[in-house]
Design a protein. Structure first.
Lengths: 378, 334, 334, 378
């Protein structure tokens, strides 16, 4: 994984005239840093727990694990305001509850879905945001600033551009963060949306989670440029490269692009370099082992985002070595971890969600034909 | 609003449509228009002429040539509560934005369990008979009628176009609006549109009463059917001609009611035959009013071909007054 | 060719399809396969497993995620005389390549006045009942049946899939090939495929003979219909079940022939109702065999909704054995 | 119109290590240069003649004039081999008969359509390549290496990529030249096709005729980059900029890209800067006057490609000033020109075509339902 800033990435610095004197991360308090760590734990635990539930046959649908990619979700979402919008896709399940979670994990009025709602979705219950009409990541809620995506990759990016255009019309300095994998940047609608956003300098920030593989296809067969961020050059917008394993680097790059977008300077693409821990979906775990050489996987998972961040916190003296070692799910596969690897508040939080999901009813069959059309109400 | 052309003198369909959009833009400052060449130029046919001057280039937006991106952006705007009018320069190009329409816009309300509705109209010039060839002659409504979550309309008169456009813009659902371009400037059908005129989605219009057979149609073929009906009258055959105007929702009552009276039905539309809306109507009629039919239901549609360019070929595959007349005669003589 | 699994032991539908593609790839060194994850991975379901090893990464090509680009490239390859197999990872994603299919591939032969034909097959896993939700459950053949110039098939058994795949690849026209993924690995339908087995496009298969009513269907619902027919038999109702296999070209003879015998018809498919192929079949039957019908034709289809995810909702909108049984009973008791 | 080579354009030179010593144009003989001039006259005369026929009400359909843009067609096609493919679109009508015309204007076995076939198409006759089933530029013929395009802009580019992929499979060093306007580069399928071509280094050369306007929309609202050629940066392929008014500059750039493609080095984009002389189509001539300021039009047409090339030929001594002045359609609108403004062989050539068209029969109505499907013949 290359994490040095390429020519593209240096765009950020070029534009401001000189390297950032103060980086966004420098304004974070110790409490923020520890919160970031907890969110990383939470994202990992959510995934691990669902992998286990899935294996026990308790869940339907496909689980696209975000394992090893959590720093991207946590780092991009941490600095957003409640009025900002996001569009998570298949590999971004934790994003639904991470949105605005800084406002309080249990704050009922925060933007972002509750862990209960997200679990209800995974369990396919009537209490899910979309009443379980589509699976897993295909949920959204306008009142929470989350675009409900279809399965069609890159399909939410033009929608994000439309929302950003609405912000512009309202003179509102909110932003929209879209997520997609590197493979999805090959889609035509990716181009159409970014082109439109660039022309109108819309506040759309496209987070490209480059985990090196699009299902069974390596990035070289999806994208002809050295870095996926280079696609930005075709629109004359910043194409930043973040170390997707380093939550602070993701945070810095995001905040730079967000501030720029809020200032009316237009869209950016942020490529976050990372590596897919498992198969494409849980159904692919076995086959993935055939098309991905073992040493590539080992190398790709060498820098677990939890480990990277804990090391940084210890270095800074924000976390003691003891505390750092207390909870150590890093480098472990889902099956190897136990609840003891995670802080109690994380385990407890997820437990609440799962319990809510399990105790929620299934939607009634009579709902099948409901809500095809909205009633005329104006 | 630019000077009103309606309500005082007869207007053609294009003016009526322009006027309806204009009035809705004035009525609701949240509304946005987006499409290719709709601003500075005022649209390939002039359906948005003057609107950019009136409402500014932010609300009447010249989009890049990218139908999927345009529809997607419209979804985003509609999600934020704005009514959006999307122009397809020709309805044929809607194929380039197909996924966003059928999989994203159409199903949003369903997928969010009734939470996120999208007030948007996708409209564009449609239909053959003008020598447009395969890509400037389509009447491709069946694709969208088969995609749950979309409403579909196709008016044939200026006042219906005006009324339905307003209803479509105010409707909380995505509506695909077919504007028969051969009728845009047709002098013979100009009308004075009364102040405050409305036409709800889902109401058919009986264009001619008759007792011997029911001809169900919409769009340009309405006029061929009316012509055929005149000719049939001289053979002492009284055909009832129903202009559906709105295909989904459908005025089944009007359709079935008429068939109960005439006991014979001919469906005419200009889409290609297989899996077109004409067949769907026949199926519905047979399902629900079978015992009222005294003859096999018939349809006159485009042949299952693209719309070829040169006139003799074009007319050979499209419905014509002659073909309708012949079919109706066969129907009543069965 | 990789080791042949057919012709000696029973194979499932997925294996039969893989085998047919493999044999055609071997037979014609010009043939190319293109799609997402079909090479290194061997396809999301494994329909191309082993082919890249066999024929190389140039002929079994892992394309970027770009359905329009893929179909367009396939058109170019076919234009150069190569048979092309295009895989859609799920047939639902075909919407992203829609324009290239309906406007470019479908009409090329027509537009060039019979000069440029395109031997290509676009195939992919389709259908509901597996909890795939709105985007992994579609059976969207009606869009393509309504787009002149495309052939459309949807087999329900391993040997039909094998035979039709070979016929489709050898056909000089673009063919859309629906593979019911719920049948891919269904043990109960495994078959031994005879050496040199072929199935021409346009021939239906009578899956059960009967004299009281005709049930026309294809794909997964074939099995629900057969089940319903068994149950009906215990009520002394003998239903004939026709598996169309090929929707366009259509075996009208088989359909009409059966109806002339039973005088009652029920059409069952899992696409949504409006403008689906079930309605089209009803319309055709009514147009051509009206006088043979002793009861209104009926259809059991998906409701006009997307396919919802959770099981109770999914089954509530899709055809089931119960719904078919009930409809057939109503039909024969009419 | 900016004609200096931008940073993008200099790519060409960078790659070869140093500026071209010998430019492709330097290898042209005087006879070639005079042939180029004749082809420019021919392309112009074809357009002028059709404009007049159209105004007299003799033709159906829309005429998208290539006036003022002829150097692009002539310059890109001149160096192609018979086995190369092209995909002209609406504004490229002359391309159909210019293809391989160097092999002899009346050579019946040359690649490229005869002027008669092209005129038959315009007149909608049964002798047209597609039997007049679609209008004007929507013709093609695999035996001539011409892709039959749909109306959907950029829709032939993936097809071109497929053909180029076939060349690669065959180890054949042919190339495919695709044409489209600058507005069409916003289409998703443009991105999908170029992306694919770049990944596989396919011999596809995309000629972008940047005439500053896409119907009623200026280039700034279609493309966010300074030059449209900059789009190439997003694929890490050369984005060349040619002076679209200078047939030799177009030729040089094309040949550079063609040779590169033949050598297996992959696709290029060549932006040819030009200016649309009239309305978008002939139906738009009046309205165009409203949305395009008169002085912009004047400036845009200041460098008529005929004038530019004649001046060069005179400078080189290939053409006498007298001969140069003898035929002077340049700077004239269609209505102002007469047959005397053009060399006799050009007028005569077109006359043959028109006569063939006029004397050809209309297709019979019975053809309407023919050729929906090819018969199974294998
Ligand atoms: C339009 C479309 N085509 C194909 C698919 C099938 N599909 C789902 S995920 C995927 C791979 C995505 O790769 P990438 O964008 O890199 O994201 P990742 O899964 O690696 O996070 C594919 C091909 C789809 N969902 N949508
Ligand atoms: C997909 C699609 N959308 C819209 C159109 C309508 N249309 C035809 S030409 C044109 C403008 C093209 O502009 P440009 O690409 O710059 O080419 P130019 O006409 O300037 O040569 C438009 C919008 C179309 N043909 N296809
Ligand atoms: Mg990926
Ligand atoms: Mg242009």
């Amino acid at each position: 994984m290359k994490t040095e800033r390429s020519a593209t990435a240096s765009h950020a610095e070029k534009e401001s005239g000189e390297p950032h004197q103060t980086r966004p991360r420098d304004l974070l308090q110790n409490a923020d840093l520890l919160e970031l760590l907890d969110q990383l734990y939470l994202a990992r635990y959510f995934d691990v727990r669902l992998i286990k539930e899935k294996r026990r046959g308790r869940l339907r649908g496909t689980l696209y694990s975000s394992h090893n990619q959590e720093a991207i979700l946590v780092g991009t979402l941490f600095g957003l305001r409640p009025d900002d919008w996001i569009s998570p896709v298949h590999r971004d399940m934790p994003a639904f509850f991470l949105k605005d979670i800084r406002a309080g994990w249990d704050n009922p009025s925060r933007m972002g879905m509750s862990i209960g709602e997200v679990c209800a979705q995974v369990w396919g219950k009537a209490t899910a945001p979309g009443r379980a009409r589509d699976n897993w990541s295909h949920i959204g809620d306008s009142s929470k600033g989350i675009i409900c995506s279809t399965s069609m990759l890159a399909g939410t990016i033009p929608v994000a551009a439309g929302i950003a255009y609405d912000f512009k019309l309202r003179n509102q300095d909110s932003v929209v963060l879209t997520y997609n994998g590197e493979g999805s940047t090959a889609q035509g609608v990716f181009h159409e949306a970014i082109n439109f956003a660039a022309i109108h300098k819309l506040p759309v920030i496209t987070i490209v989670e480059n985990n090196q593989w699009a299902y069974g296809t390596p990035v070289e067969l999806e994208c002809p440029t050295k870095d996926v961020a280079d696609r930005a050059k075709g629109y004359d917008i910043p194409g930043l490269i973040a170390d997707g394993q380093d939550v602070l680097d993701v945070y810095d790059n995001t905040m730079w692009a967000v501030e720029r977008a809020r200032a009316g300077k237009g869209p950016s693409i942020i490529e976050c370099k990372t590596f897919r821990a498992y198969g494409h979906g849980d159904h692919d775990d076995d086959r993935a082992a055939k098309y991905r050489p073992e040493d590539e996987v080992g190398e790709g998972r060498r820098r677990d985002p939890l480990a990277v961040f804990k090391q940084e916190l210890v270095k800074r003296g924000v976390l003691s070595q003891d505390d750092a070692s207390k909870y150590s799910p890093e480098f472990k596969n889902a099956a190897e971890t136990t609840d003891e690897d995670f802080p109690a508040r994380v385990v407890e939080y997820m437990k609440q969600g799962v319990e809510f999901a399990i105790s929620s009813p299934l939607p009634d069959a009579s709902e099948g034909t409901m809500w095809v059309f909205a009633e005329e109400n104006r | 609003m630019t000077a009103s052309a309606t309500q005082s003198q007869p207007v053609n369909m294009l003016t009526a449509i322009r006027q309806a959009i204009d009035e809705e833009m004035e009525r609701n400052p949240e509304m946005v228009c987006i499409g290719e060449d709709i601003g500075l130029l005022g649209g390939a046919f002039g359906a948005t002429e003057g609107l950019q001057d009136e409402y500014g280039s932010m609300r009447v937006l010249d989009a890049p040539i990218s139908e999927a991106g345009i529809v997607g952006a419209a979804i985003g705007l509609a999600m934020r509560g704005r009514p959006v009018m999307v122009e397809m320069q020709f309805i044929d190009f809607i194929s380039c934005g197909f996924d966003q329409i059928v999989n994203n816009a159409a199903t949003m309300f369903y997928r969010t369990g009734g939470k996120v509705n999208l007030p948007m109209v996708i409209r564009g010039p449609s239909g053959g008979y003008g020598g447009g060839g395969p890509y400037h002659s389509q009447q491709n409504e069946a694709w969208f009628l088969h995609s749950p979550g979309l409403k579909v309309v196709c008016p044939s008169t200026p006042s219906d176009a005006y009324g339905l456009m307003k209803a479509a813009i105010r409707d909380p659902n995505p509506v695909i609006f077919y504007e028969v371009k051969e009728l845009y400037r047709k002098r013979e059908i100009e009308e004075i549109i009364p102040e405050g005129h409305t036409v709800p989605l889902g109401k058919a219009s009986v264009r001619r009463e008759g007792s011997d057979c029911t001809i169900i149609t919409y769009g340009n073929p309405v006029y061929f059917c009316l012509e055929a009906a005149e000719r049939l009258a001289s053979e002492n055959v009284q055909a009832e001609v129903i202009d559906l105007r709105s295909l989904l929702p459908l005025d089944e009552e009007a359709v079935i009611g008429s068939i109960k009276k005439t006991n014979r039905v001919l469906v005419v539309n200009e889409a290609s035959r297989t899996c077109g809306f004409a067949g769907e109507l026949i199926a519905r009629v047979c399902e629900t009013a079978f015992e009222h039919l005294d003859a096999p239901p018939m349809r006159v549609t485009r042949e299952d071909t693209p719309v070829p360019w040169v006139k003799p070929l074009e007319l050979s595959v499209l419905p014509t007054t002659d073909k309708i007349y012949d079919a109706a005669l066969r129907l009543v003589r069965y």
